[in-house]
Design a protein. Sequence first.
Length: 494
Amino acid sequence: MDFTTLGLSPKVLEAVTAAGYTTPTAIQAEAIPHALARRDVLGLAQTGSGKTAAFVLPMLTLLEKGRARARMPRTLILEPTRELAMQVQEAFESLGRLHNLSVATLIGGVAFEPQALKIDRGADVVIATPGRLLDHFERGKLLLTGVELLVIDEADRMLDMGFIPDIERICKLLPFTRQTLFFSATMPAEIQRLTAQFLHNPVQVETSAVSSTAATISQFAVKCPSDPKAKRDTLRKLIRSQGEIKNAIVFANRKTTVALLEKSLLRHGFNAGALHGDMDQSARMKTLAAFRAQELTFLIASDVAARGLDIPEVSHVFNFDVPIHSEDYVHRIGRTGRAGREGNAYMLVTSHDTKHFKAIEDLIKKSVEWFDVGVIVSDDEAAPEATGRGRRSPRAERGERSPRAERPPRRAAKAERTADAPAPVVEIEQHDEPQVKPERSTRAQQQPRAASPGRAPQPQPRRENRREKGDDGPDFKGFDQGNMPAFLTRTTRV
């Protein structure tokens, strides 16, 4: 089978021939005829199987008729990451060079106004990440009522990144009569719910077992210590054992690990660069361009940054960390062995990774072969202490308590000393009911002066109580401050 049998237009076939493509991949051969027939398509295929061309080629044919209007794109492609959106834009530039189409790419990390200006002039194709697309819509810069064809790419990655609520909102803003092409490598329950809600009688195209890996990839696992420094040393030994490497991607679970690995490899003479989500867009694009141009040999990346990247000739993939989600392993090693080429995938496995490693083997339904790089790892390696050290102290190994542990805590010792001290004598003023709140002034609390001999006591002015003016409570109108009964001022020594 060749591309001429798929129903593509002559312009598209000429561009395909100029790009050097001769035989369509399985997903392209199955999906393109249904897309040209205006059917909804649910495409399930492993990464690297040519899904991008499976929706770009029929879209180019369908867009040859008609014209875009201002702020109303005709087609919409949703991608989970900026790199994937830029990659699809490059595919349109390559395969659509004979078409006079306007393509607008809406991604974060770049200026907002140039994107809005391109939409104002009319865009046949909008390629966007969900967040930036909704930003343009909420600002009134974009209308979605004219979209005829929607493409949701890497849907399972959308789920991992938390974009499903945004996808649902965008789908509800589009015309009900639109055509939808939905592509995913895996089909978790949430993705199945989404397809049942927004696809109308779709044609399911499944070119390989879900969550399978390409047969052209040789997969190996390497035992290594849990200590981070020893683990980095194992990675360097593994890289050197491969001889001359054309280019490779090193995956890590955390952005901080990516940055640390870049410094470590550079310090030991490797030509390496990092790609992670905290980098600004210009730095990410510069690093990726250098790797594609083979100016960088090793690209250290996180899952978010490198998911779905189409770099055809990656010879090796090294998993410095075992992925927590087993589906991520399929996408990671899918960066090599693309389009029928041979690839190599290695994964460093510590004693803490047994659970996740077993989940990966269950997912791909095969055992991963072990590869020995000459690193000795004990089977009963202990877990790192909370202090961050990879080994326990010699006293802990012998089951002894440290001298510090035998000392009483400082707070307990202080409490013990305080308990032996005599209790202080405190005078507490006790009031029988009813209680009278004392005045704030200190003078009001003082007793009247005793009368000097030979002088008659002077009558004290009567003080009004606040409660006399209608407040609820007992009435003390008859009491005088100087003649207060003794039971209201009795003190007790404790």
